[in-house]
Design a binder for this molecule. Structure first.
Ligand SMILES: [Zn+2]
Length: 262
């Protein structure tokens, strides 16, 4: 994976379609939503312009620990008072609501059978950028269900293309996520396991990537070699890894209240 083409601004967006859920999945989702009370809602003010969204109380506070805390009686003595989300982008918040209410994340309609035309690749990178924004928002809202769904989509998009992440995608991740973010782990692993050694040569492209990311790659590389001291695997065996081989929860976030996927 050595495509290190320079960043280009998006020139063309592919048409988006919803990933359609299956009938059993729809039935299960409908049954699940019937357990909610749709009669209660509250308002949130999103972005510096304070765009007002009215959201279902029982759905949003069940998904988001942040909103659950923000709407608890301790924080909101006046139930009519909106919750301030001025640090969030209204468009990204709108995408988040679509994900929570419908379970759907939009993705490119066609990847193209003839390989990756430039416009398609540009759109692909733009899609990754949107997914990163959505992930960042869901992470801040402490909605691990959404966080893990977005991660699955991020990985699926990458695995369909098997293209190296361009520098701007990794820079966006490193500028907007905490040091322990699984998104950082994904791009680190892609570089570690899926790049050609020429990546590290003077004109190999590595200089375009965030220094912090390259340091993460070096640290993980040292750990892998250290763990191998007794196993004595060859270098080829050590790095014969595909990120798609890891178990489903490898890049997920879970805690006691949000157990691992079945
Ligand atoms: Zn999981």
């Amino acid at each position: 994976m050595t495509d290190n083409s320079p960043d280009q601004p998006p020139t063309k967006r592919v048409k988006y379609v919803a990933r359609r859920p299956t009938i059993p999945a729809l039935r299960e989702r409908f049954a699940d939503q019937c357990r909610y009370d749709f009669s209660q809602s509250f308002d949130v003010l999103v972005g510096p312009e304070k765009k007002r969204f009215s959201v279902y109380y029982n759905i949003l506070t069940k998904r988001s620990r942040f909103l659950q805390a923000a709407r608890s009686s301790r924080w909101t003595k006046d139930s009519q008072r909106p919750t301030d989300l001025t640090d969030f982008d209204p468009e990204v918040f709108s995408n988040y609501l679509r994900l929570v209410y419908t379970g759907e994340i939009f993705q490119p309609e066609q990847l193209g059978e003839d390989g990756w035309a430039e416009a398609t690749e540009t759109a692909f990178n733009s899609d990754l950028s949107e997914l990163i924004k959505l992930y960042e928002l869901a992470d801040k809202l402490e909605d691990l269900t959404s966080v893990n769904l977005i991660m699955d989509e991020f990985l699926a998009s990458y695995q369909e293309a098997w293209r190296m992440f361009i520098p701007s995608v990794t820079t966006q991740i490193y500028q907007h996520t905490p040091s322990n973010s699984p998104l950082r782990t994904v791009v680190r692993d892609v570089i570690l396991f899926h790049t050609n050694p020429t990546f590290y040569e003077d004109d190999g492209g590595c200089k375009q990537y965030p220094v912090e990311l390259l340091l993460d790659v070096l640290r993980e590389d040292a750990k892998i070699k250290d763990r191998n001291r007794s196993n004595q695997k060859t270098i080829a065996e050590l790095y014969d890894v595909k990120i798609s081989d890891f178990d489903k929860c490898h890049y997920h976030q879970h805690h006691d209240g949000h157990p691992k996927c079945k």
